[in-house]
Design a protein around this ligand. Structure first.
Ligand SMILES: [Cu+2]
Length: 216
């Protein structure tokens, strides 16, 4: 594809406009192709809608899925509305890596020799939020912090209670799945989510996203 662009006879010409046009088409076309490929890869599963939601302004509500991978979240952008009842299926699609999902604002740092490490968000989105765990398979741990996590009748040896253990965050084993139900708290604005494991290398590598929370 890039060869055909560089061989464009109008490349380097004084007019410039045709070259700009073709490059723009290439970028748009490549992006659409990549999205289509990902959609095809996960065809028939919830990730298809998740991928489509990356490029759309859709407000998630009801049932939706978030996929973890090496090293990304799909979707990596979401819009939630305060007061909506959500049933979020979090699935770790990695065959090899543990992944977590924190949601918050700002960062807490830990000094290290090269540079300070970001270890978690400074403001935890889940503080004071009630979360019902409907299903849990392959959960390594789930730090409750200041959330109120109800595991119903599920055996939950993985639940880590008490504050001071870090942000509210589930860590899923490879292939793990967690289904959470919660009402979006009245905390409108831009929030971020991320995976900070392995000295936040996952976060740096792209395992992060943004949630725009609309007022009720
Ligand atoms: Cu991760």
């Amino acid at each position: 594809m890039s060869d055909s662009v560089s061989q464009n006879p109008s490349e380097g010409s004084a007019s410039g406009a045709p070259v700009d046009w073709s490059k723009r088409q290439l970028i748009v076309g490549t992006g659409a192709l990549a999205a289509a490929g990902i959609v095809a890869l996960f065809a028939g599963s919830g990730v298809e809608n998740a991928v489509r939601s990356i490029v759309g302004p859709t407000v998630q509500s009801g049932n939706f899925s978030v996929y973890q991978g090496d090293y990304f979240f799909i979707p990596n952008y979401m819009t939630w509305r305060a007061g909506d009842l959500m049933t979020m299926t979090l699935h770790n699609s990695s065959p090899t890596h543990y992944h977590e999902m924190m949601i918050g604002k700002g960062f807490d740092y830990q000094p290290s020799q090269l540079q300070d490490l970001k270890v978690q968000f400074h403001t935890d989105f889940w503080d004071g939020v009630h979360i019902n765990v409907l299903q849990a398979n392959g959960v390594d741990n789930y730090v409750e912090n200041k959330a109120i996590i109800n595991t119903n009748s599920l055996p939950a040896p993985w639940l880590i209670k008490g504050v001071g253990q870090g942000n509210t965050s589930p860590t899923l084993m490879p292939g793990g799945t967690l289904v959470l139900q919660f009402t979006v708290p009245n905390k409108p604005g831009i929030w971020h989510y991320g995976c900070f494991v392995q000295g936040y290398i996952h976060y740096l590598a792209g395992m992060r996203g943004t949630i725009n929370i609309l007022p009720a």
